[in-house]
Design a protein around this ligand. Structure first.
Ligand code: ZN
Ligand code: ZN
Length: 358
């Protein structure tokens, strides 16, 4: 008996008339089996489940994974094929987004002509979209670490520190407070560098009169926090302040529009319309947000292209931004869960305008 998410896999097996599904991707593998190592394959068949891994992970798999059987391999693909043959499985689906062409080729070549391989992409895309209470707890814990670390770091920020100093302090503090690892390379973008949506922290020194954008997060039990704060170091000019207010309005309005059943693309439209009406439409080049979970960017993308509907339990970010070359930029990001009648914020740092006195 393996974990409840496997019910979703059972439905895919039936819908696609498959004998078995092979899971190669680590986030899906962790979600379905509990395995936290970095090498393995999960085979879920119509009447049994097998976890295959190499000898380094055998003890760990025995402790974490509750498949019917755990098998060790020396040659991964030969062992997978032997296992499928043993079980009499012939029509086999696999998580197409998680295997590269060379590995796919090896799988098919090793299997010979006796198998039909069915790539599963859209079928698996929504697998982890609705979060359980246990997952939400981990996401809330990760977000609480963001809040605690930011509270400790914010009062220490002053002119002369480099962006990299800020990023390192944040990273160290998050780890010391219990975070597993940084969720991604932190963005600390100050002054004109704020115009770079992905301005990874540089050696640039902070200067009074700048806006500073910090995008950061950590992990708890494999689940990510993702949050962006923009604030002023001393007095900033009126145009930057105006941009901040526009982004905050777009952020708040998009949050207020979240409800189950709503089209995901409509959230992007709500935020984009506000930014466009104020004349900054050309300076908001990315989608409004993304799903967050075992991966920091996962389904669903919150963009114009997503015509699926919001469902209670989905966890998404709302992160509008305006980036003006040679001036600077603002992004404000929260991670929220869709509830039965709206949303609840997972990230908790207040996003109103704030200014460090210099
Ligand atoms: Zn972010
Ligand atoms: Zn994000």
């Amino acid at each position: 008996m393996i974990a409840p998410p496997t019910l979703k896999i059972r439905r895919i097996l039936e819908a696609e008339k498959l004998d078995a599904i092979l899971i190669f991707g680590l986030p899906n593998m962790r979600y379905l089996s509990g395995f936290t190592g970095t090498d393995g394959v999960l085979l879920i068949g119509v009447d049994n489940s097998v976890f295959l891994t190499d000898s380094r992970y055998l003890l760990q798999a025995q402790a974490q994974v509750s498949t019917d059987q755990i098998t060790c391999y020396k040659n991964k693909f030969k062992t997978i094929i032997a296992q499928l043959r043993n079980c009499g499985y012939k029509r086999v689906g696999f998580d197409a987004a998680a295997i590269d062409f060379a590995k796919y080729d090896e799988l098919v070549t090793t299997g010979g002509s006796s198998f039909t391989w069915i790539p599963l992409a859209t079928q698996l895309q929504t697998l982890r979209a609705i979060k359980s209470d246990v997952e939400l707890l981990a996401l809330n814990k990760a977000a609480a670490l963001n809040n605690d670390a930011f509270d400790l770091i914010y009062p220490t920020i002053q002119p002369g520190m480099t962006e990299r100093d800020v990023a390192l302090e944040l990273e160290f503090t998050l780890r010391r407070l219990g975070g597993e690892d940084k969720a991604f390379d932190f963005i600390v973008a100050s002054g004109k560098r704020g115009a770079l949506p992905h301005g990874v922290a540089s050696e640039k020194k902070l200067v009074a009169g700048e806006l500073i954008t910090i995008d950061f997060g950590t992990r708890v039990d494999g689940y990510h926090s993702d949050e962006t704060v923009t604030f002023a170091l001393g007095e900033v000019d009126g145009k930057l302040r105006q941009i901040f207010d526009i982004v905050l309005e777009a952020h708040d309005t998009a949050l207020a529009a979240i409800h189950p059943g709503g089209l995901i693309c409509d959230l992007d439209t709500v935020a984009r319309d506000i930014i466009t009406a104020k004349g900054y439409g050309d300076y908001f080049g990315h989608g409004l947000g993304h799903g967050v979970g075992l991966e920091v960017h996962e389904y669903p993308p919150v963009s114009q292209r997503t015509d699926q509907r919001l469902e209670a339990g989905m966890v998404i970010t709302i992160e509008p931004g305006i980036y003006v070359p040679e001036l600077g930029g603002v992004r404000i990001e929260d991670t929220v869960v869709v509830t039965g009648n709206g949303h609840e914020s997972i990230t908790t740092i207040p996003k109103q305008f704030k200014q460090i006195n210099t």
